[in-house]
Design a protein around this ligand. Structure first.
Ligand SMILES: NC(=O)c1ccc[n+]([C@@H]2O[C@H](COP(=O)([O-])OP(=O)(O)OC[C@H]3O[C@@H](n4cnc5c(N)ncnc54)[C@H](OP(=O)(O)O)[C@@H]3O)[C@@H](O)[C@H]2O)c1
Length: 332
């Protein structure tokens, strides 16, 4: 497996997004299946594991912490705070809260659930627009000084917010959605990362399964599947987007790789400081995804791929109104 650098950490060029083991797509899998997947990733050479306080409202960190504890020294453990589950009278709800006291609380909860004394990379999951970014990053910086975090990241921020944050404390990584069908980071964030020496961690890199040639039965999607709220997965848009797939599959055949590998290899070819973190619940899919590390794409094929699937050829926005309002990235 190729290695890439995130701040002080040398990590596998493809990391594992662990969210899917607890929520997001379809029915959650059992703890045993989750454990099997995490250990298979470790065996295959994955050293970057990505979780968050939000995922499964803490259950994801608990799973990751329990399974990876014996391997803690061999991995780079990344988690996120500033967007977590809060108990209300009518149940748990997701709340964005970037106040210093909330971040300190989130960090303590994450450390306990992850069964570790220090988290390698801790992201502000969303910028809380009611709190100056300097205050949130200042609180995370204090947690670095206190030895509870090793490095700081931001998720879904604009280049301007990244620069303001970086002036307070070096930002080791920005984690934002990036794939053939979501190009927003190309507007300004990738350039800012290059200039500041910040790694870019690409989430949803296989387009939430769209680029894996496993077409969905939208009617049968689980009631809690987050794709239900995403315009690109609305029936008319999804049908139009599927129209791009035959030509995409032809390019994968030409490259001698699978569709998921084509999506991930495309990302690895964009910049040397990009680290994709696909998520999967399935060991065969994991093996497939990690195979992208060895795929080389010719310049001419990259150009045709770029032209085939991009923000102009895809139908529907990536997020619905609520999630769009919560992010800070520049968008086409
Ligand atoms: N910072 C943020 O705000 C944020 C937001 C979203 C996600 N993330 C992180 O990014 C990670 C990845 O993003 P994501 O899970 O949203 O999207 P993704 O990795 O683009 O797609 C995941 C989906 O693709 C399927 N899949 C993956 N590899 C496959 C393969 N080789 N063949 C067939 N299907 C495949 C998975 O199904 P199977 O389970 O069946 O393989 C799953 O439904 C998350 O786990 C999380 O850690 C961060």
């Amino acid at each position: 497996m190729q290695q890439r650098q995130i701040g002080p950490f040398s990590v596998s060029a493809i990391g594992l997004g662990c969210m899917n083991l607890s929520h997001a797509y379809g029915t959650p899998i059992s703890m045993e299946q989750g454990e099997r997947l995490l250990l298979a990733a470790l065996d295959a050479g994955v050293t970057l594991f990505d979780t968050a306080a939000l995922y499964g409202f803490g259950t994801n960190e608990t799973l990751v912490g329990r399974v990876l504890k014996p391997h803690r020294q061999k991995i780079t453990l990344a988690s996120k705070g500033g967007m977590a589950g809060v108990q209300f009278s009518d149940g748990m709800k997701r709340v964005i809260d970037g106040r210093p006291e909330a971040l300190r609380r989130n960090c303590e909860d994450s450390l306990r659930r992850l069964q570790t004394e220090v988290i390698d990379l801790y992201y502000l999951h969303r910028w809380d627009k009611a709190v100056p970014i300097e205050d949130s990053v200042g609180a995370l910086s204090d947690l670095v000084k206190a030895g509870k975090l090793r490095a700081i990241g931001l998720s879904e921020v604009s280049a301007a917010t990244l620069r303001r944050a970086h002036a307070v404390h070096p930002i080791a990584a920005v984690q934002t959605e990036y794939s053939l069908w979501t190009r927003n980071p190309e507007i300004a964030v990738l350039d800012a990362c290059r200039e500041l020496g910040t790694a870019f961690v690409a989430f949803s890199p296989v387009a939430r399964g769209f680029l894996c040639n496993s077409p969905l039965d939208l009617v049968a999607l689980d009631a809690k599947d987050i794709r239900r709220s995403m315009p690109r997965f609305e029936p008319a848009n999804y049908a139009a987007n599927l129209g791009l797939i035959p030509a995409y599959l032809a390019l994968a055949r030409e490259a001698g790789c699978t569709p998921a590998q084509l999506a991930l290899a495309w990302l690895l070819h964009q910049e040397s400081y990009i680290v994709p973190i696909p998520g999967t619940t399935n060991v065969d899919h994991l093996t497939d995804d990690l195979g992208a590390s060895g795929v080389t794409l010719a310049p001419d094929l990259l150009t045709r791929l770029d032209g085939l699937i991009n923000q102009k050829t895809v139908h529907g926005a990536r997020y619905g109104a609520q999630s769009s309002g919560e992010v800070d990235t520049e968008s086409f």
